[in-house]
Every structure is written in structure tokens, then in C-alpha cells.
Design a protein around this ligand. Structure first.
Ligand code: ZN
Length: 325
């Protein structure tokens, strides 16, 4: 079966990779992650563009744009001109990262959420260009919840307390971030929006179902393996019904990171491919089989989705939501 990984970060340009991907009937959609590093273009967007141009059968790419410097008068013009170039160079969409909502503040010190007016002309440009907006606008809801055995993200936030937002009144709530995205989706009904990481609504498929019903321009990707665990911890029949009710709205993604190594060797390339392959296989086992699986130290039962649904999850939806892929 053909598979498309619709959300990952793969910058290595050695021709061996394209050969392996062809053998596996696999295509990768690279998405720019954070743009907070000043060299994000050189380090991410440029290798993604080169890969998609060198191996169009195996790679696609999604660009992003610089964060606003408030007070910069030509910000929109500059961003739109650059996005236009990226789209002309094959970018299938534009990603917005959670710096909007979870970090960026305006000149007065207020949080800048994704429905801030400064983004409007940019979103309208993406919509007019017929490209897709990929939105990663929040951490998992566990970031705002008490730690404990029923919070899948307890280990992570115990390790990184500075990222943990439970009880923090100086930061937007998870619900406020989601509501700001809802407003963008509803304000731009002709803009295709894909929510990364199960649309940051990983904790409850009924939250997604409610939105899919009223937002026909909204889909989500499943990146990465932690999201399979989020699904696996919910009522299995409800999750299976969710996939049956919305077979055209869920795109497979792994969020795997394979970075460019200056000193790549055949052995390091083999290991990088092996790591990606194994992350993929764990996810495939979860979506395809009824087996009891161990994923990220959790015992879960696979969803055993039908072939009809899997074909859409693995490839057809990526092509539907990212035309040209
Ligand atoms: Zn990612």
C-alpha cells in the first residue's frame, strides 16, 4: 500500500534515502517546525525545497514565515512576497507554529494569538493562493492539567517544568488557543486548514468530531507516536467510529526528525532510516491490527481499521488536503 507521511522533518539529502523510500512506496511531506531560530530557512526550508525538487515522487514541503517584529511597517508585504516565492518553488502550504499563542507578545506585552489582525493579510494570501495552512497552535492539553497517572504527559512536564502551564495565569489557556484557531477556520471558509498533532485536541475525539461537523475546511494529522497513544487511551469503539465517520479528515503523520549530519556515513544513514521505519511500523501496527501493543510504555489495543479507511489515512487524504503532493 502506498503511504505518505504528511508531517515530519527530514533534511538529509543523500540519494540513498530516495532509493529506500521508493522501495517502501513511501512519500514524505516535510514541514518547517519552529521559525524561532534565525537560520530556519537555511537549515529547514532550503533542504526541504531541494529534496522536493530533486525527488518530487518522494518528497513534498511546507514552508513558514518569520515572526513579526511589531512596528515593522512592511511586515505583511515582506512575508507575502516570500511566501509567493516559496509557493512558486513548490511549497504546498504554510505552517504556523505555537509561538503564536504560547510565546509571542505584541509591543504592549499582550499574547499574540493566531486570530490576531497582524496575520489576516497573510492568511488571506494563503487562501487566495489555494495553499493549505498547517497549524500547530498548542501543546497537548496535559500541559495545563495536574500531573499524575492519568496525564500521559506527566513525565515530559516533570522534566521540563518551565514548559508546564498548569495554574499559570499569565499564559493563555488551552481552550483559548483552540478558540483562536476556531475563529481563523470559520473566518476563512475557503482556506484549507490541517491541525497538526490531532489538532491539539488529542485527548478527546468528540472535540474533533464537533469541529469537523461545523468546519468542513478542517482536517488533522496524527503526528507522532504519542498521538497514537492518546487515541489508544480513549474508548476504542468511539475512536473507531470517529475514523468511520470522518474517513476523509485524518492524515497520517509521524513527526519523525531526521537531521542533516555533516559527517553522514552509510552506517548513520542506515540507522536514521531504521529509526524512521520503526516509528512508522509502530504506528502502522496501531492503526492496522487488533493486536495488544506496547507503545511508549503503555499497553494498548490496535484500532484494526478497515482497508478503505487506511487508504485514505495513509495517502488519499494527504493528496486531498495538500493538492499537488
Ligand atoms: Zn513536527
Amino acid at each position: 500500500m502506498e503511504r505518505i507521511d504528511a508531517h515530519l522533518h527530514f533534511t538529509s539529502e543523500h540519494p540513498d534515502y530516495a532509493v529506500a523510500l521508493a522501495e517502501w512506496n513511501l512519500k514524505l511531506l516535510n514541514t518547517v517546525g519552529s521559525v524561532e531560530h534565525p537560520l530556519w530557512r537555511e537549515r529547514l526550508a532550503e533542504p526541504y525545497r531541494r529534496l522536493a525538487q530533486a525527488y518530487p515522487e518522494r518528497f513534498g514541503w511546507i514552508t513558514s514565515f518569520d515572526l513579526p517584529g511589531f512596528g515593522e511597517r512592511e511586515y505583511h508585504e515582506r512575508v507575502i512576497a516570500r511566501l509567493g516565492e516559496d509557493f512558486a518553488n513548490g511549497a504546498l502550504g504554510c505552517k504556523i507554529w505555537k509561538s503564536f499563542g504560547m510565546g509571542l507578545r505584541d509591543a504592549a506585552g499582550a499574547h499574540v494569538l493566531v486570530d490576531h489582525p497582524i496575520l489576516e493579510p497573510i492568511l488571506s494570501f494563503i487562501e487566495r493562493s489555494g495553499k493549505t495552512l498547517l497549524m500547530h497552535i498548542a501543546d497537548p492539553q496535559g500541559c495545563w492539567r495536574p500531573l499524575g497517572p492519568d496525564n500521559q504527559y506527566s513525565n515530559f512536564y516533570s522534566k521540563y517544568p518551565d514548559k508546564y502551564l498548569y495554574g499559570r495565569t499569565d499564559m493563555p489557556s488551552h481552550a483559548e488557543l483552540i478558540a483562536s484557531r476556531d475563529r481563523v477556520i470559520e473566518r476563512h471558509p475557503r482556506l484549507r486548514v490541517v491541525g497538526a498533532h490531532l489538532g491539539s485536541l488529542e485527548y478527546d475525539v468528540s472535540e474533533l468530531a464537533r469541529r469537523f461537523e461545523r468546519q468542513p475546511n478542517f482536517a488533522v494529522d496524527t503526528s507522532g507516536l504519542a498521538r497514537a497513544v492518546d487515541l489508544g487511551l480513549q474508548d476504542r469503539n468511539r475512536v473507531r467510529r470517529f475514523f468511520e465517520d470522518f474517513p476523509d479528515r485524518i492524515l497520517f503523520g509521524s513527526d519523525v526528525n531526521v537531521e542533516l549530519h555533516a559527517a553522514e556515513t552509510p552506517e548513520s544513514r542506515r540507522q536514521a532510516l531504521e529509526a524512521m521505519r520503526s516509528a512508522h511500523q509502530s504506528a502502522f501496527d496501531f492503526y492496522e491490527t487488533d493486536r495488544t501493543l506496547m507503545l511508549r510504555e503503555r499497553t494498548l489495543q490496535g484500532l484494526g481499521l478497515s482497508e478503505h479507511i487506511l487508504k485514505q489515512l495513509y495517502a488519499e487524504n494527504a493528496r486531498r488536503w495538500y493538492p499537488g503532493l
